[in-house]
Design a protein around this ligand. Sequence first.
Ligand code: DQA
Length: 170
Amino acid sequence: MAKTTGRSAKKKMQILCISGPNLQLLGTREPEIYGRETLREIHARLAKRAETLGVDVTCKQTNHEGTIVDWIGDAPKKFAGLLLNAGAFTHTSLAIFDALKATSLPCVEVHLSNPEAREAYRAASKIAGACIGKVSGFGGESYLLALDGIALHLRNTVRASTQNALEPGR
Ligand code: DQA
């Protein structure tokens, strides 16, 4: 039988994954820290995991802080949640923190390495306070775990709001 398409098909939850500066160099960039997997390969694995989870993931990379701010600001038009590896901007960017605070969307902070176990200047995250959680230290797998986390979070949020609508004053 033909698959249901069009209006009657249930819309999948859309998730945006943003990677920041120098992450286009994964594969060759300090492999002893970041591993040998390329960003393209991580994105391909994310797409597969998204399929299993029944969500859609859109992956983007930029080296520019303002572009990340723009993408976060525009995200609510299309997306329900964010994954963000802001690279070095993690440790410096009040603008990205403010953009995350300004958006209504839940965001999971992602890192391949565990910045807190590295140089002292990587220990603090300027954006953590605007995120619902963080996955770090698992190489490319951090992105997949973060996708699992945001999908679970969004599902629970939808379930809770449906419950409230069905049982007001509960
Ligand atoms: C990183 C950690 C940051 O400290 C660093 O500047 C990066 C990559 C990570 O994924 O481990 O560019 O975000």
